[in-house]
Design a protein around this ligand. Structure first.
Ligand SMILES: Nc1ncnc2c1ncn2[C@@H]1O[C@H](COP(=O)(O)OS(=O)(=O)O)[C@@H](OP(=O)(O)O)[C@H]1O
Length: 371
């Protein structure tokens, strides 16, 4: 058969044209799939790249101590349902001016719901509920009452799921949430960084010994048959070896957890609130918190009334003489008496961690001051 260049062109030209089109289409499709992939919250590959580098020095620390994930979690965090803060709902009332029309941006603000710009990341039993409820009275703050546990337990549900949990907010309002387990969960700093590297992080810290006892008290209220605090504290009681895999002990090693956060966020983006001062001087701590968040100092002493029977500040309306509202009975439980020798052993154990923590934060929380 004779070769015909005309026939050849008729056949080749259209086929390469189609191939080119297909190629462009494939590229567009890949880009589109990648965009969707990122938008639904799986972009953790991005910080993970950074994370891999940053983790090198951290690996040591984590191998030495036990990671939060590997903790002997007798406290069963899964069941750690905090109250939803409804106690103070009526006080909050009309201070929340909602603007349902707030719509701007693709990622952050569709339907007037925003991803949180500030999160209370810990610590468990530090006073996180009180702080969130104080903040929820602020007209420039909108916060979800329940703990979303997005960055530790629900991350696979994606950012859209998370945002949908948030209350609607207007442009000038800050969206917030609190989940105290974030502070000690290894994966969380990278994930929050991935959502927004500008997220403001608040940690309410409390004397780690009292915190551990409070944590234990909560667990015992749900599971009365658990072993004594004293026996759980030690790996080997006669040798006096503290069990750092017990989450009640591990959470209080604040400096160790902070190292992980500082691999992603600068210190200026973290605020440490004293759990003790939140009780003795709530207005003072709230001034620091409001300044940190860049909102007006609205929640002042006028909002607090100390209830001597409860031993805690309760919230009141600044005007009028309506009854102050206190947090529910799961806050401020009576702690069991713990063997003073065990308490002292724990104090000694935490001392170097506390010292390091004071140095890192530039603030002496006074937990070791009696010695
Ligand atoms: N205003 C006010 N009212 C009641 N309780 C207050 C308040 N401020 C701080 N606290 C302390 O908060 C402790 C509970 O901490 P959290 O809210 O972080 O607990 S949780 O992790 O959410 O379960 C809780 O701990 P316990 O006293 O051990 O129960 C309180 O000491």
């Amino acid at each position: 058969m004779e070769y015909s260049p005309i026939l050849h062109n008729l056949y080749v030209v259209p086929s390469s044209h189609v191939r080119n089109k297909l190629f462009v289409l494939c590229i567009m499709l890949s880009l589109w799939v990648y965009m969707i992939y990122c938008c639904v919250g799986y972009c953790s590959t991005v910080p993970n790249l950074a994370y891999a580098n940053r983790r090198e020095s951290d690996a040591d620390a984590d191998n030495r101590g036990s990671s939060a994930g590997a903790s002997r979690d007798l406290l069963n965090n899964q069941n750690d349902l905090d109250s939803r803060g409804d106690e103070w709902e009526d006080i909050r009332g009309e201070t929340k001016a909602l603007d349902d029309n707030a719509m701007s941006g693709f990622f952050n603000e569709t339907e007037g719901k925003k991803l949180p710009q500030a999160i209370i990341i810990g610590v468990k039993k530090g006073g996180t509920r009180a702080l969130l409820e104080f903040l929820r009275l602020h007209p420039d703050v909108r916060a979800v009452g329940a703990e979303p546990h997005f960055f530790d337990r629900n991350y696979d549900k994606g950012l859209e799921w998370y945002r949908d949990l948030m209350p609607k907010s207007s442009e000038g309002q800050l969206t917030m949430e609190k989940t105290p387990s974030y502070y000690v969960t290894r994966e969380v700093p990278a994930r929050i960084y991935c959502m927004s590297k500008d997220t403001k992080l608040i940690v309410v810290v409390r004397d780690p010994v009292t915190r551990a006892i409070s944590d234990y008290t909560q667990t015992r209220s749900k599971k009365p048959d658990i072993p004594s605090f004293e026996s759980l504290t030690f790996k080997n009681m006669s040798a006096g070896l503290i069990d750092t895999t017990w989450s009640a002990v591990q959470i209080g090693m604040y400096a160790k957890h902070l190292e992980r956060w500082l691999q992603f966020f600068p210190m200026e983006q973290l605020l440490f609130v004293s759990g003790e001062r939140l009780i003795t001087d709530p207005a003072g701590e709230m001034a620091r918190v409001q300044d940190f968040l860049g909102i007006r100092r609205v929640i002042t002493e006028k909002y607090f009334h100390f209830n001597p029977a409860k031993g805690f500040p309760c919230l009141k309306r600044p005007e009028g003489n309506s009854k102050p509202h206190c947090l529910g009975k799961t806050k401020g439980r009576t702690h069991p008496n713990i063997d003073p020798e065990v308490v002292q052993r724990l104090r000694d154990f935490y001392k170097p961690f506390n010292r390091k923590f004071y140095k890192m934060t530039g603030y002496d929380f006074g937990w070791d001051s009696e010695e």
